[in-house]
Design a protein. Structure first.
Length: 326
């Protein structure tokens, strides 16, 4: 029988994607104990869509509306409501292979010593060009081909599992955790993006994190929930990476130079993209990256202006104070 597993789906204005996601969950070979949907949608029909799937599949789906807060808050709400020994987060723009949950569960079931705190599968449809991956590697931006380690720039490498289970140092899309992990950690609601990477990296300091290539899913990577302005999205993503850097990295000359180098790489890369493909969305993305870096500059300038004040006033100390959340 093994451990009971709760599935938590965070959704926002992705009705069609959510239907496909929930269909793939209820059709699993290993049925979950429960499926919890935390909904921040502005659309009014999401609750009805969920109810219709539950009735048609004769499977209870628990609906929780989210009236305020971002994705980190939604994850915390779902984790608190879950009853299973394992809590699996499934993105609403993914569809699971029929044995996905079975493959995730078997890792936990074999771990009698409870050393493994988190498990994730891998997308079966994601590809990246060799040129793009090479440039990301040059600029110390997240690139494929490693085991998910933290780079001096504050970015992670993407794990690329071969034919076996492997240990990593962060998890992302469709991650799962033991329930007891949430006795010590929670998702930091300071983050609008990177909340999954930040959380799982903290967990990796106490537990093993594992990726299994046998748990497969399709990741559509559709528009951000609710449409969203690309300028705002990339501005927040850029600034959130800076906050993660402040929390996790030593403020050494080496790390600071690599951080600056990676941000220059982002600006250069999106500038080239906008020049080659001059579509409005690409210019909005570039603007967001630039505005995010301007926010970082203003924050660092404030830090320098505080050099004669107590250290606790600096931004790094403020962010670092949030590292442990128990």
């Amino acid at each position: 029988m093994g451990l009971d597993l709760s599935v938590v789906v965070i959704t926002k204005d992705r009705g069609e994607d959510l239907i496909e996601c929930l269909e793939s969950i209820v059709n699993q070979t290993a049925k979950p104990l429960e499926v919890i949907i935390v909904d921040a949608s502005k659309e009014t029909n999401t609750k009805d869509l969920i109810a219709s799937i539950g009735q048609r599949k004769k499977f209870p789906l628990k609906y929780i509306p989210q009236h305020r807060g971002g994705i980190a808050s939604a994850r915390n709400i779902g984790a608190k409501a879950a009853r299973g020994a394992v809590i699996a987060f499934v993105d609403d723009d993914t569809t699971l292979k029929t044995d996905y949950l079975e493959r995730i569960k078997e890792i936990y079931d074999k771990d009698c010593g409870e050393l493994v705190g988190g498990v994730a599968g891998v997308p079966s449809n994601e590809t990246v060009s060799a040129v793009q991956n090479f440039l990301c590697k040059i600029f110390m931006i997240s690139y494929h081909g490693s085991d998910g380690r933290l780079l001096p720039s504050g970015y992670f490498t993407y794990y690329t599992p071969a034919a076996s289970v492997m240990r990593v140092w962060h998890l992302g899309v469709n991650m799962s955790f033991r329930r007891q992990v949430f006795d010590t950690f929670k998702f930091d609601e300071m983050f609008n993006y990177n909340e999954d990477v930040c959380f799982s990296h903290w967990v990796s300091r106490r537990y093993y994190l594992v990726v299994t290539p046998y748990a497969r899913f399709i990741h559509k990577q559709n528009r951000p929930g609710g449409g969203g302005d690309p300028t705002y999205k990339y501005m927040r993503r850029t600034y959130d990476h800076y906050k993660f850097f402040m929390v996790e990295m030593n403020w050494s000359l080496k790390n600071n130079l690599f951080f600056i180098w990676s941000q220059l790489g982002h600006i250069l890369g999106y500038s080239i993209l906008a020049a080659i493909h001059p579509r409005p969305v690409n210019f909005k993305i570039l603007r967001g990256v630039i505005e995010g870096n301007l926010m970082i500059f203003r924050d660092l300038r404030r830090a320098l202006s505080l050099r004669n004040r107590p250290l606790s006033s600096s931004p790094q100390t403020h962010y670092a104070s949030r590292r442990m959340v128990s």
